[in-house]
Design a protein around this ligand. Structure first.
Ligand code: ATP
Length: 396
């Protein structure tokens, strides 16, 4: 894949350093009560540059990689009739980074993505993207704004009667005045990127679930979006296909520098793929922040969810009986599982937004859970990082 240079593998970016100021942690101590946080803010700016077409995209410092656009969400609330889905959601999806949003079924993750692109309107609140506030954009500006998003829907959302090529070409024919030869060049390039070369003439009914997802992803990429939203891209995929898809996201982010927000139920994906993690629960955003912050958290819902445990406030029907939660509160605190090394681009280069393993923990005086950063070969990535990345950084 591409030639863009990138080299900043280092500490957490400035705006991400405002996590809780904790000191060394005793893993056996239960935190005082259930934190009731409904929102988390890791704002890195004012909504980013104006991304109307024609303005040059900023680049990651010291690299040739263009940087995507941040999404800043403030005080968002959404209900359907009397059903409040979530409220007071505030956080920033950092530009050019990979973020993942998780939460028990029905907590409104898909509804949240639809609010970001203006397919649904919130009751109140703001979604700032590239100088505009999505819920308040007039229809023509909203149409223009959507060109900055590439959206991968759960099932790929392909038109059954069109072959793969025409499905992927659809946004180019709909949104641009490009000629057919230019469209062909772009479509084949994106098909190649997602490993679908040679499948142009197949109908969606003739390809596997994984191929449909990749076709949906190629279609999301054809307008060179600044932001890619993916709604459960791994649903229905076997673990091997999921691993390939995750690697593809990492490689695409390394190549394009776009901002990725991925909704997933897959804890394995959440633990190794993103730079940032968020959890929706109890009609709000419980936590959003750097992967190491979330995976080392002892917040009961966060700890329970990201370690896939039964013990904690999340029950089968979203919330547990309060008596059960009170009983469990007597038990010693379950230690977060080891934080795995983050997935590297397949060419071994360093993505601009990747942080040195353990950087956030060290900066905040948090002891890593035992066994953290050890890969399948037994290498400790905190020790190996400098050596490995120095050899693998691409020249500018
Ligand atoms: N257009 C709509 N009208 C009314 N209710 C809706 C609409 N869209 C979604 N909902 C409701 O909003 C809630 C959240 O749905 P959503 O699909 O966003 O959940 P989710 O977290 O993505 O779930 P899952 O993980 O199971 O995919 C559900 O109760 C759903 O029924």
């Amino acid at each position: 894949m591409g030639t863009g240079a990138r080299s900043r593998g280092g500490e957490a970016p400035a705006g991400m350093r405002n996590g809780p100021g904790r000191t060394g942690r005793d893993w056996t101590r239960r935190p005082m009560g259930l934190p009731a946080a409904r929102s988390a803010s890791y704002s890195r700016g004012d909504g980013g540059p104006d991304v109307r077409r024609g303005s040059p995209r900023p680049r990651f410092p010291g690299t040739g990689v263009p940087m995507g656009v941040e999404i800043r969400v403030e005080g968002l609330r959404k209900s359907f009739g009397r059903q409040v889905i979530w409220e007071d959601v505030s956080f920033t999806v950092p530009a050019g980074e990979i973020s993942a949003l998780l939460g028990p079924s029905g907590t409104g993750k898909s509804v949240f993505l639809k609010n970001l692109v203006g397919l649904l309107r919130p009751d109140r609140g703001h979604v700032y993207v590239g100088g505009g506030d999505v819920p308040r954009l007039a229809e023509n500006r909203l149409y223009e704004m959507r060109r900055h998003f590439g959206v991968l829907f759960q099932d790929g959302a392909l038109f059954g009667s069109m072959n793969v090529f025409d499905n992927i070409a659809f946004p180019l024919r709909e949104h641009t005045r490009k000629g057919e030869s230019e469209i062909r060049r772009i479509v084949l390039e994106k098909m190649d990127m997602v490993g679908l070369a040679g499948s142009e003439h197949k109908l969606p009914g003739e390809i596997s679930g994984g191929m449909k997802k990749r076709a949906g992803l190629a279609r999301a990429l054809v307008l060179d979006p600044d932001i890619i939203l993916a709604d459960e891209p791994d649903s229905g995929l076997d673990p091997v296909r999921t691993a390939y898809l995750n690697q593809l996201f990492v490689d695409l982010n390394a190549e394009m520098g776009a901002t990725f927000l991925i909704v997933t139920h897959d804890i394995g994906t959440a633990r190794v793929l993103p730079d940032n993690l968020g959890l929706l629960f109890r009609r709000g955003l419980v936590m959003f922040g750097p992967r190491e912050m979330v995976l080392s958290s002892t917040h009961p819902a966060v700890n329970q969810f990201f370690n896939a445990r039964r013990e904690g406030p999340i029950g089968m029907a979203e919330e547990k009986d309060l008596a059960d939660v009170a009983n469990e509160a007597q038990a010693p605190l379950a230690m977060p599982g080891p934080i795995p090394p983050q997935l590297m681009p397949s060419d071994g280069s360093v993505r601009p937004s990747m942080r040195r393993p353990g950087a956030w923990l060290r900066e905040h005086g948090v002891t890593p859970p035992p066994g953290s950063f050890i890969d399948g070969q037994g290498n400790d990535w905190r020790a190996e990082w400098e050596e490995l990345t120095a050899a693998r950084r691409r020249p500018e």
